[in-house]
Write a new protein. Structure first.
Length: 298
């Protein structure tokens, strides 16, 4: 669903810009270019406001505060990452390549990739080739309904875990971006599945909710409100020791999940990565390399 929506949105924007240029160029090239640039300008303004609010909010957080230069660099990296992911990979490349489940066990641990809010498996495109080359069976899920309850995703995750386990003979590693980490925690709660997973790696997951959650009108968006009822109930339902399954990457430049320390989980192996934005974290070479190494240890 999200691929169809994003594909239609991108094509509509391109057609609208082309029509504006065609109509206005003979009359005023300046107005033609200015009008065509409005969608990009709105996108840049919203992105800028996210980083400004994030940087101000993080003043009272316990994580090391980012320098202004780091915030600017993260803003630019997120602009490029978001355009690439939301305007190309997710709308047009989300089915390529497919999941890989070898017919014969490779002796390597498998991986389940779980995306975040308003995303699909296309965000994981850079991960597929390294996983395949290293012999790691992998399934990248699509969580639907897109704006439904996080609890509703448990069946999809359970199916993916069973498929990868059947192909490898051992419990998989789960790699999760943003809301995907909460979906996996909800799956663990629903299925009591601690023995069915080797390790959970979360990238920018709002384990304690996020400041921006209060503005969402989606069910799953509201569930991610900072210290909200859903995330508090999830934490209270978890047995002692479950957090030890988790490695949690978090950043002081995350423009979606802030304050920064909300992406850490008490009792987990929490790892701060300086100056990395939200979507960028799923694509960041150092984060990817560290995660792939940890998968290989299994």
């Amino acid at each position: 669903m999200i691929a169809r929506f994003q594909r239609a949105f991108v094509l509509f924007q391109l057609l609208a810009m082309a029509a504006w240029l065609w109509w206005w160029w003979p009359q005023s090239p300046v107005w033609a270019l200015a009008g065509a640039a409005v969608p990009l300008g709105v996108f840049l303004f919203v992105m800028t406001m996210e980083f400004v609010v994030m940087h101000v909010t993080n003043r009272s957080d316990g994580a090391p505060r980012a320098r202004a230069a780091q915030v600017v660099a993260a803003w630019w990296a997120e602009v490029r990452s978001a355009l690439l992911v939301f305007c190309w990979r997710q709308p047009f490349r989300h089915r390529s390549p497919p999941d890989w489940l070898p017919s014969e066990p490779t002796g390597r641990r498998g991986v389940v990739l779980v995306h975040g809010f308003m995303c699909n498996r296309g965000i994981w495109l850079p991960w597929f080739a390294p996983l395949r080359q290293a012999g790691h069976a992998h399934v990248a899920v699509n969580l639907e309904p897109v704006m439904g309850s996080i609890d509703a995703y448990s069946t999809t995750i359970e199916d993916a875990v069973l498929r990868v386990t059947a192909a490898t003979g051992v419990p998989p590693v789960l790699v999760c971006h943003s809301m995907g980490g909460l979906a996996v925690r909800a799956w663990l709660r629903a299925h009591g599945a601690d023995d069915h997973v080797h390790r959970v790696l979360t990238l920018g997951t709002p384990h304690g909710g996020t400041w921006l959650g209060r503005f969402s009108r989606a069910v799953n968006g509201r569930q991610m409100s900072l210290a909200g009822d859903w995330v508090v109930a999830l934490q209270r339902a978890e047995p002692a020791g479950r957090a030890a399954l988790f490695t949690c990457w978090y950043s002081n430049c995350d423009n979606i999940v802030f304050p920064a320390s909300t992406a850490a989980l008490a009792g987990a192996d929490n790892r701060l990565v300086d100056g990395v934005a939200h979507v960028q974290m799923a694509l960041h070479p150092a984060v990817m390399r560290a995660c792939l190494e940890e998968i290989g240890w299994g």
